[in-house]
Design a protein around this ligand. Structure first.
Ligand code: FAD
Ligand code: PYC
Length: 416
């Protein structure tokens, strides 16, 4: 197999890298599908893949207004963990983490999942009490976690300034060894290839501009390439979910705001875990090619531009330089923003809507990358069986009527 790959590389190089087989087809839209998924990010693609793989539903189109993975999937800082506080969310994120552990094999595509451990730092006594509570809750749910003191953090991350004199002294941390990072684009590409191989149509550069309904039931989507009829429509559009809900005549309890990230010039290996600090709004890891991947907080106002304001990243870089004084000399290469869809309880919305046949999977806000496989799996199950998957049931839109919110503000990667 390896010989063949080498041979094929040489053969393609001699052809000036022309004639590669497409990773997925570029089909013309059909007039009708059984199911249309709106949004070709990781969650939409994973939904399509599991619809076909687990439920045998292959008459499916994924309709994406830009390119696959060009939304938050390709813009995030790739942190994967399952150390949430509440039972409902920790079960869902842990289910997802278990899928991550076998994902490259499942998709026959290297998603570069790297379980290098995630530290959530505590800078105050209250942070440390919250950390203890969360680690205890995680352990009761069979999720790995430890509470570390300052010396143990310093041992894991020698480059960190753990001096008691620092502006944000590190009093300790929670440590989830099975957490880590993955290659975001590869996750989108892996699910896209695998979904395409199951016969699913991936329609890029196709924007949904309207949702058509008849007698309170969805009948299809208007798109920039014409009307596409569908019996079921699943909207997985992250920051644009509110816009799609408005097309169907209702409002979602979400706010869409820019969240920013930056990458530095590549460095030699210097940080082999993921470090997160909610209190000072920074999270940082080192990608396999050497760049420091750094994330910031959300802007304080709603917006749809995929960029954010300078004061937010300035604040984050101050925190990074305080925690890692040596990084003050590192140059930043690029920065960008993604539009995150934030619910009042910092949890997703997965399930049906007031319109029969119309489903939403959104509200993952600042923390949905880690949920990609689990979200796709449970949403596919929900669509195929037209009832909530048990792991998705606590996250229905109804909770905003009943008051059964699942408050995860403390465990969200970014305070908002
Ligand atoms: P997306 O990838 O955004 O996909 C939605 C797709 O819908 C887009 O491609 C969009 O073009 C398409 N779309 C929208 N409207 C339409 C329309 N009308 N017609 C057709 N297509 C449409 N999460 C973590 O777990 N860990 C992290 O470290 C992390 N860091 C983050 C850092 C940043 C800077 C950002 C922005 C987010 C971060 N997140 C993180 C959150 C995470 O990126 C998202 O929750 C997750 O990627 C959402 O995936 P998705 O597939 O639902 O959305
Ligand atoms: O949810 O773990 C997370 C996260 C990290 C950075 C942004 N979100």
């Amino acid at each position: 197999m390896q010989k063949y790959s080498l041979f094929s590389l040489v053969r393609h190089a001699r052809r000036h890298h022309e004639g590669w087989q497409r990773a997925w087809r570029d089909p013309a839209p059909k007039k009708a599908y059984d199911t249309v998924i709106v949004g070709g990010g990781g969650h939409g693609l994973a939904t399509a893949y599991y619809l076909a793989k687990v439920h045998g539903v292959t008459d499916v189109a994924v309709v994406e207004k830009g390119w696959l993975g060009g939304g938050n999937t390709g813009r995030n800082t790739t942190i994967v963990r399952s150390n949430y506080l509440r039972d409902e969310s920790s079960h869902l994120y842990e289910f997802s983490l278990k899928l991550w552990e076998g994902l490259s094999r499942e998709l026959n595509f290297n998603v570069m999942f790297s379980p290098r451990g995630v530290l959530n730092l505590g800078h105050t006594l209250q942070d440390m009490r919250d950390i203890e509570r969360r680690v205890n809750a995680n352990r009761l749910n069979g999720i790995d976690g430890e509470v570390l003191d300052t010396a143990e953090v310093q041992k894991l991350v020698p480059a960190m300034n753990c001096s008691p004199d620092s502006r944000y002294p590190v009093l300790g941390a929670s440590w989830q060894p099975r957490g880590g990072i993955a290659r975001h684009d590869a996750v989108a590409w892996g699910y896209a290839r695998a979904a395409d191989a199951q016969g699913i149509d991936l329609l890029q550069n196709t924007e949904v501009t309207g949702i058509r309904m008849q007698n309170g039931k969805v009948s299809g989507v208007e798109t920039s390439r014409g009307f596409i009829a569908a019996r079921r429509v699943g909207c997985v559009a992250a920051g644009n979910s509110g816009v799609l809900a408005a097309m169907a005549g209702f409002r979602l309890p979400i706010e869409s705001r820019p969240l920013q990230a930056l990458v530095s010039e590549p460095l030699k290996p210097c940080l082999d875990t993921v470090v997160m600090s909610n209190a000072v709004h920074c999270y940082i890891s080192q990608a396999d090619k050497g760049d420091l991947v750094i994330g910031a907080g959300t802007d304080a106002y709603n917006g749809y531009g995929q960029r954010g304001s300078f004061p937010v990243i300035e604040h984050t870089l101050q925190a990074v330089c305080e925690l890692f004084p040596a990084f003050s000399r590192v140059r930043m290469n690029r920065h960008w923003g993604g539009i995150v869809d934030i619910c009042p309880d910092a949890c997703p919305i997965i399930g049906g809507t007031p319109v029969a046949g119309l489903y939403f999977n959104c509200g993952w806000g600042t923390g949905g990358f880690k949920a990609t496989p689990g979200s796709g799996y449970v949403f596919a199950d929900t669509l195929a069986n037209e009832r909530p998957h048990p792991l998705a049931a606590p996250f229905s839109l109804k909770r905003f009527e009943t008051g059964a919110l699942v408050d995860e503000h403390g465990a969200a990667g970014v305070a908002h």
